[in-house]
Design a protein around this ligand. Structure first.
Ligand code: PLP
Length: 215
């Protein structure tokens, strides 16, 4: 997020080697671990040789179990890191809400076969998105994982913020500016695959009309 790129095991190993050489801790947000397409594979940073001791893995029930909004997340890290975080966590959070914790318990103890259909539906929407973008000749980063599409809007002559504001006002479409991930995202926007039919298809038609009008 936002580019939908899945880091290869080789890239992760390079990060691990750097962390080892410079004695760094790696904070690895793996919230989209199950959302991977086209044979890409989720490799957990902490599973690489020697990395368990220097990795703080962040995860949440929001994406893996569709529990967004229930505010149930977790970290997996060596005990000394967790000890250092606890006072801050207590002050900030008090505790995760009880409903979410019962939901999380059920989520973790059920088989995960239901997710096959979810992933297939996200893959379908991803393909529809890509076909639409090809049609109007807007380049994008082919999503390998997560549930976003990162679109290059430089050909419209608008900045990320201008595009997002105008899309909202003129076409009732919500995007994030590419700059949510830093200045390098200027000229890009992030769309999400989270809407179902028919809202998704209708929105896509409005998007195509909106972009055509800009040119
Ligand atoms: C990469 C990434 N990490 C973490 C989060 C936060 O998820 P939550 O606060 O719902 O657990 C998000 C939400 O979009 C995300 O995209």
């Amino acid at each position: 997020n936002p580019t939908g790129t899945v880091l290869s095991e080789t890239a992760l190993c390079e990060i691990a080697a750097l962390a080892d050489a410079r004695d760094l801790i790696v904070i690895s947000d793996e919230i989209y671990e199950y959302y991977v397409f086209d044979g890409h594979r989720h490799v957990s940073m902490a599973s690489l040789p020697g990395m368990r001791e220097r990795t703080i893995t962040i995860n949440s029930f929001s994406k893996s179990f569709g529990m967004t909004g229930l505010r149930l997340g977790y970290i997996a890290a060596p005990a000394p890191f967790v000890q250092a975080m606890l006072p801050f966590h207590h002050a900030m959070m008090i505790c995760a809400n009880v409903l979410a914790q019962y939901g999380g318990l059920v989520a973790l103890t059920q088989p995960r076969d239901w997710f096959k259909n979810v992933l297939a539906e996200y893959d379908r929407r991803r393909r529809v998105w890509m076909a639409a973008l090809d049609q109007i000749e807007l380049p994008y980063n082919k999503p390998q994982g997560a549930y976003y599409v990162f679109i290059d809007i430089r050909s419209t002559g608008l900045s990320s913020a201008e595009f997002v504001n105008r899309a909202r006002e003129e076409a009732k479409l919500i995007f994030q500016p590419g700059t949510i991930g830093g200045g390098a995202g200027e000229g890009f926007i992030r769309g999400a695959l989270t809407q179902g039919s028919p809202v998704f298809e209708e929105g896509l038609e409005r998007f195509k009309t909106f972009v055509r009008k800009l040119r």
